[in-house]
Ligand binder design. Structure first.
Ligand SMILES: OC[C@H]1O[C@H](O[C@H]2O[C@H](CO)[C@@H](O)[C@H](O)[C@H]2O)[C@H](O)[C@@H](O)[C@@H]1O
Length: 428
């Protein structure tokens, strides 16, 4: 970041941060919140601890200044966040660096970020007479995204005949969709009867209680409790463990579907599961939001579910959905972060079938990345699940190359499946 940004922030849209950072790549020339999780994994595997620490610190300063981490490092991203992974990033960094001083210094900032999600993004769901707290994505702003202004004007203008309120709702849901990181996907598009829509104007992100968001939060609570124990802060540890338990229960009571053996998003309007395949359906397994004694059985059921979806026939990887809406977070696109979430979740379940499938999916993904790299000499932001070595498409911009999280994710899979473990990147 240039000195000019630091000295004259009022002349820039970039938000000044104290340390160097790695951008996702392509058109994305600022830091992005959840991209940083997988970028830091790549840095740690590359022994770039100082850069990793700097990037964690940048995000922590965002929470100190604004109370939350914005979508990305631009002032026009200050009315929404992205999936809450800051505590998870700290976990990876401390695990490798053993830098407890850094952890001690910033633990209260991690608490502060959780307060944001617990006060600004909560919804209540009543199921079988019990009311549970869960979170959803919900931007504070009801205007078009500045970075995609024309696109949003055009999308929402189609609702103008219904009245001004519909326009504002549409803008808020588009920004909330961007907060989810899945911008955009049929996950957030509701047809009249509540089924998946292909039309972006049908966006209603806030209507959904997302499985992955709540899995991220569960994991963050659990890690915070562990951090507090490490630092001998017993009372705070109990406080966060209580949240972790509460979230685990809510995730399993409200989102888990016994018949299909996975967790679905919950439709707040129709008060039922959105019973469609999305890669996010497996994220509570990855987060470990299950009782240890049920883990292997549930892992096996998740593997079964994926096989039933025909995942083996797809040559490129795990698709985001099975619904070809033309949006970039739908079929046939496969994004790196969810390969790792699905694969590592299956692996950690300790179920033999799930672990075999995890290995197969890891090999498939690495091979596809390598093939695309050989043919194009770049890594891509997203790939095709349908075809090995093919980059993805759809959505509102052309495919981007670079690419931060694709590098981090593939390095993580190579580390898990293709390399003997080094001393430097131990798992706790
Ligand atoms: O400019 C359009 C949108 O671009 C971003 O979203 C996509 O790229 C991000 C960076 O890699 C990634 O975090 C996100 O998951 C992608 O969908 C941006 O985050 C959006 O806010 C923006 O509207």
């Amino acid at each position: 970041m240039s000195h000019h940004v630091q000295e004259h922030p009022e002349q820039h849209s970039l938000i000044p941060v104290p340390n160097t950072f790695i951008i996702p790549g392509g058109r994305f020339k600022e830091f992005y919140y959840w991209d940083t999780y997988w970028i830091v994994k790549g840095l740690l595997l590359s022994d770039m601890l100082e850069t990793a620490r700097g990037m964690v610190e940048n995000l922590l300063t965002m929470v100190e200044r604004f109370g939350f981490v914005p979508n990305g490092g631009r002032i026009y991203y200050l009315n929404r966040s992205q999936p809450p992974v800051l505590t998870l990033i700290m976990w990876d960094y401390v695990k490798v660096s053993q830098d407890y001083e850094f952890l001690q210094k910033y633990l209260h900032v991690l608490d502060k970020e959780m307060d944001f999600w617990l006060t600004k993004r909560l919804v209540q769901v009543t199921h079988e007479g019990v009311t549970y707290n869960l979170a959803h994505y919900d931007s504070e702003s009801d205007t078009p995204r500045p970075e995609s202004y024309i696109e949003d004007l055009e999308t929402c203008a189609q609702l103008a005949h219904l009245g001004e309120d519909h326009l504002y709702e549409c803008y808020t849901d588009l920004k909330s969709g961007a907060e989810s990181g899945w911008d955009f996907s049929s996950r957030w598009l509701f047809a009249k009867d509540g089924s998946l829509s292909m039309d972006l104007k049908d966006i209603s992100t806030r209507r959904n209680v997302p499985a992955d968001l709540n899995a991220f939060l569960y994991k963050a609570f659990h890690i915070l409790s562990k951090f507090c124990k490490i630092l001998h802060q017993e009372e705070r540890a109990e406080h966060w463990e209580k949240y972790a338990n509460e979230w685990q229960e809510a995730i399993n009571k409200v989102l888990y579907n016994e018949e299909d053996g996975v967790w679905y998003d919950y439709d707040l309007k129709l008060e039922k599961h959105r019973r469609y395949y999305f890669a996010s359906n497996l994220t509570p397994l990855w987060a470990g939001a299950v009782n240890p004694e049920d883990k292997a059985r549930i892992g096996g059921r998740c593997a079964e579910y994926l096989l039933k979806q025909g995942i083996r026939d797809l040559r490129g990887g795990v698709p985001m959905s099975m619904y070809p809406s033309g949006q970039q977070w739908d079929y046939p696109n496969a994004w790196s972060p969810y390969q790792n979430l699905v694969i590592i979740g299956l692996h950690k379940s300790n179920n033999e079938t799930a672990q075999e499938l995890a290995k197969e999916l890891a090999h498939k993904w690495v091979n596809s990345n390598v093939k695309a790299y050989h043919e194009n000499k770049v890594m891509f932001e997203k790939y095709s699940a349908a075809q090995a070595g093919q980059f993805g498409g759809g959505g509102e911009y052309q495919i981007q190359s670079g690419f931060g999280w694709s590098n981090g994710c593939v390095l993580e899979l190579i580390h898990w499946y293709f390399r003997s473990k080094t001393r430097k990147y131990q798992r706790w």
